[in-house]
Write a new protein. Structure first.
Ligand code: HEM
Length: 160
């Protein structure tokens, strides 16, 4: 039975149920695996984000000049809240969705002009830092991070 249509394609009741299940699973993975891992990483938040900016700028050296003007202590706090919004979005929170839309717009060509191609390095760097700073990190934990961050990152990229 066809119950709805998405971009002209008909979607069956089974597919709708499967999507809802996948969304619930992503929420569980975020709450049970990624949030506890982020809490462990943030036990020394400044160390986590200092490594983050060091490794990101190693991959994308032109960002050094961009971050040179920024108060990095304040930025660490802001990016921490940015990560929280990415996790909240994967968990289906409406407030996180609104915040991520705002961030997507603030980073867009009308704002900070952060090229969407840079988001891949951003995510790779977060995961490298998790490997370095979460003593319980495993390949499974890193895969969970990558799956949980992806939908919010896609939303931000789509708003460029
Ligand atoms: C490589 C990709 C990115 C670069 C180069 C970048 C760069 C910047 C810069 C230059 C600022 C302004 C800082 C200031 O002048 O005070 C900023 C603000 C901010 N960024 Fe990013 N950003 C990137 C990706 C992200 C991502 C994926 C998130 C997570 C959601 C994020 C979260 C934030 C937040 C929360 C702020 C504070 C400003 C606001 O609330 O609009 N950024 N970013």
């Amino acid at each position: 039975m066809t119950v709805s249509s998405f971009e002209g394609e008909s979607v069956s009741a089974q597919e709708v149920a499967l999507t809802a299940r996948m969304e619930r699973l992503l929420c569980l993975v975020s709450q049970a695996v990624v949030r506890p891992s982020f809490d462990r990483c943030c036990e020394d938040m400044n160390q986590f984000f200092d490594s983050f900016y060091f490794l990101l700028c190693e991959k994308e050296p032109h960002l050094v000049a961009l971050f040179a003007q920024v108060d990095m202590k304040r930025q660490n706090q802001l990016v921490r809240s940015g990560v929280e919004h990415l996790l909240g979005y994967a968990e289906g929170t409406l407030e996180a969705k609104a915040e991520l839309r705002r961030l997507g717009e603030s980073h867009s060509r009308q704002g900070l002009q952060i090229d969407p191609k840079l988001y891949e390095s951003w995510v790779d760097t977060i995961i490298e830092c998790v490997r370095e700073h979460d003593p319980q990190s495993t390949e499974m934990v890193e895969t969970a991070w990558s799956e949980v961050l992806a939908p919010g990152i896609e939303l931000m990229k789509s708003l460029y």
